[in-house]
Ligand binder design. Structure first.
Ligand SMILES: [Zn+2]
Length: 158
């Protein structure tokens, strides 16, 4: 007996661990009030863990702690970060250009990344950029008290 393409896909989905895990994650994301690209990625097995994927996570205890979305958006609510191409570089909102982040971690990352870029374009040295970020009270990376030439470079390329 021939098996339809649709039921073949169902059988594959039931045995594909990433889809099984992703569907569980999609349900968690929906409970947290997330929708759109992140849920879509989870549904198709492209996102497996409830974990902040930003290079710097500011949550004091866990990259895996999330709270429900709301207005205003809580710091630890799930958020879609445009990655690898940032929104300011015309990055689109789609599964191939997305990672899961906390609202706060995404906001901080976009903040210092765009500041650093603008200053690099002006030809400023890494130390001058670090001094400027510190003067403007731009929050440094987690567990650091101030920006340094090294942390500016590392933050920018990570
Ligand atoms: Zn985070």
């Amino acid at each position: 007996m021939a098996i339809s393409l649709e039921s073949k896909e169902k059988v594959l989905a039931a045995t594909d661990g990433s889809i099984v895990r992703g569907k569980r994650l999609a349900a968690q994301l929906r409970e947290l009030g997330a929708h759109g690209v992140l849920v879509q990625m989870a549904e198709s097995g492209q996102l497996l863990k409830l974990r902040c994927e930003m290079p710097t996570c500011y949550h004091p205890d866990s990259r895996g702690f999330f709270e429900r979305t709301g207005q205003p958006m809580p710091d630890w609510a799930p958020n879609m970060d445009h990655y690898p191409r940032m929104k300011m570089f015309k990055g689109t909102r789609e599964p191939a250009n997305a990672r899961l982040s906390h609202v706060r971690c995404n906001r901080a990352d976009v903040g210092w990344r765009s500041s650093i870029r603008a200053m690099m374009e002006k030809g400023m040295s890494l130390q001058q950029i670090a001094d400027s970020l510190n003067r403007k009270h731009i929050e440094p990376r987690r567990n650091e008290t101030a920006w340094t030439a090294d942390s500016v470079r590392w933050a920018y390329v990570s």
